[in-house]
Design a protein around this ligand. Structure first.
Ligand SMILES: Cc1cc2nc3c(=O)[nH]c(=O)nc-3n(C[C@H](O)[C@H](O)[C@H](O)COP(=O)(O)O)c2cc1C
Length: 309
């Protein structure tokens, strides 16, 4: 069987496919369910300083094309997850904590707590599109770089940043160059595409309730966008920023495409919601078959190994 393993700094993935933040990973039983599945790691739901119920009403909808959500960061609060950290080490898989805040100080307080317990890495979510009245940090470059410099100084953990999609090459270039300078260990791209909506023409209503029915788009609809984000971050960081890809991944072929374009690992959101953890079993089986057919001995040899026409 081909070797499916990859690594980022101290993070070793024997199978580099796992859940995206916000899909399973919000409670102890969900986190354990991912760790007990074929997934190569777990990402914990973005946590805030205090426990939050999130937005009210219908806040998630999906169809064959994609998904829309405006969850509003429902989670148990940082202390709940810190108290769990010790119990999760026995699985011997990376446990990545995603953190979110409403102001810079929130991130600093959360990371101070998270740094004291055995999480394997921290994914700083600067890209949540679903908090009413709050902008997306990752679109405010000055604030983002200032905050990350500070978090980098404060944290000894493997430190990654979850980014939203960008629409201009210059934005990606500026971020990639600054992240390399700051010493960011990896990026996760991408969060949902903000300002999207679904409507129900039969009922003549929006599909979700919060924020006038507007939320973040995920699923198959965003895969082509996510692929290009990975390529450009790889290119503009001169390969110095390892990338965890997320966006529209649901099959072994998708995983292979993202590896070829430069990802070191991938996460699954919408397709995990639809298929539950059996999707990891299917992808592992299909990816092994694919690599065998292609006579690829090590998946990691294929990272970024794509040819331009
Ligand atoms: C229901 C739902 C909740 C999400 N919650 C979070 C979250 O808490 N933190 C985060 O960084 N991303 C969150 N996301 C975004 C996903 O992690 C992922 O980046 C996005 O859905 C694109 O992947 P996909 O196309 O596989 O769904 C959420 C997505 C969905 C659908």
């Amino acid at each position: 069987m081909s070797d499916l393993s990859t690594s980022i700094k101290k993070l070793y993935f024997d199978f580099p496919v796992f859940n995206a933040s916000g899909i399973l990973g919000a409670t102890e039983s969900e986190i354990k369910k991912v760790l007990e599945s074929e997934a190569g790691a777990v990402v914990i739901k973005s946590v805030t300083l205090e426990k939050r119920p999130g937005n009210t009403g219908v806040r998630f909808y999906w169809d064959d094309i994609g998904s829309i959500n405006s969850m509003g960061l429902p989670n148990q609060g940082i202390d709940y997850y810190c108290n769990l950290a010790d119990k999760l080490t026995k699985y011997n898989k990376p446990v990545i904590l995603s953190i979110a805040g409403f102001k810079e100080d929130d991130y600093k307080k959360i990371i101070a707590k998270a740094d004291k317990v055995p999480f394997s890495a921290i994914e700083v979510n600067l890209s949540c599109p679903n908090i009413e009245g709050k902008g997306i940090f990752a679109y405010d470059y000055k604030t983002m770089f200032r905050l990350l410099k500070d978090l980098r100084k404060k944290s000894k953990k493997v430190l990654g940043v979850k980014l939203p999609p960008y629409t201009q090459r210059e934005q990606i270039k500026g971020i990639a160059e600054n992240f390399v300078k700051i010493g960011i260990d990896f990026i996760t791209t991408m969060n949902t595409f903000p300002l999207s909506t679904y409507i129900d023409y039969q009922k003549e209503t929006m599909r979700i309730k919060p924020n006038m029915g507007i939320g973040g788009l995920g699923g198959k609809a965003v895969k082509q966008i996510a692929l290009a984000q990975v390529l450009l971050f790889k290119e503009y960081s001169n390969g110095k920023l390892p990338i965890i890809a997320v966006g529209g991944i649901s099959s072994a072929a998708d995983v292979y495409e993202f590896i070829l374009i430069g990802a070191t690992a991938v996460q699954i959101g919408t397709a995990l919601l639809k298929n539950d953890t059996k999707i990891f079993v299917q992808i592992k089986k299909d990816l092994s078959t694919l690599l065998k057919e292609k006579k690829v001995k090590r998946l990691s040899d294929k990272i970024g190994n794509l040819k331009y026409l």
